[in-house]
Design a binder for this molecule. Structure first.
Ligand SMILES: [Zn+2]
Length: 166
């Protein structure tokens, strides 16, 4: 066995030893954000364990999170905060770059499978937040009356800035 799963087990043993089960959910909203390890939505937005749901994907893009958002809303996580960040990987890639990387790793047939995906890459971070807030606000499956807010987290300063409220 590799050392990574062992370290997870050891860390979890310590965690479980002092585990305090939260009363959930205390805040009925959902954070949609990037998978980037520099993003820690609980700490950065003053949220406590059990207060909200967190959906993460590359970029924190709403279209790629949509099926999960619909499920979460029907489990009671009604309001949505879209949080994108500066220096996001999605500002540095293109569909072609990802396709080429898959081709190099796994061959041409594998690369073709990438064409079924949209990565929703962007260059303008506040613009991508507004795009995603508008996308959700217009989407027929998002519950009427949902408050959707948009935020940008700055990886250089640690500050979160509000961009848009639907
Ligand atoms: Zn990112």
């Amino acid at each position: 066995m590799s050392t990574v799963p062992q370290s997870i087990l050891q860390a979890n043993e310590k965690y479980a030893a002092s585990f305090a089960k939260p009363s959930i959910p205390r805040k009925n909203f959902l954070v949609v954000t990037c998978l980037d390890p520099r993003i820690q939505p609980y700490e950065q937005m003053g949220l406590q364990f059990g207060e909200c749901g967190v959906l993460r994907n590359a970029g924190g893009t709403a279209p790629n999170a949509l099926p999960n958002i619909i499920v979460a809303q029907n489990f009671g996580l009604r309001d949505i905060a879209i949080v994108h960040h500066t220096d996001c990987g999605l500002t540095h890639i293109t569909h072609q770059l990802i396709r080429d990387a898959v081709q190099e790793a796994n061959g041409a047939e594998a690369a073709k499978t990438v064409d079924q995906f949209e990565f929703h890459e962007f260059k303008d971070v506040p613009g991508s937040v507004k795009r995603d807030v508008e996308y959700l606000a217009r989407h027929p499956a998002i519950r009427k009356g949902t408050q959707i807010t948009g935020w940008v987290y700055d990886v250089e300063t640690g500050k979160v800035e509000d961009v848009v409220v639907s």
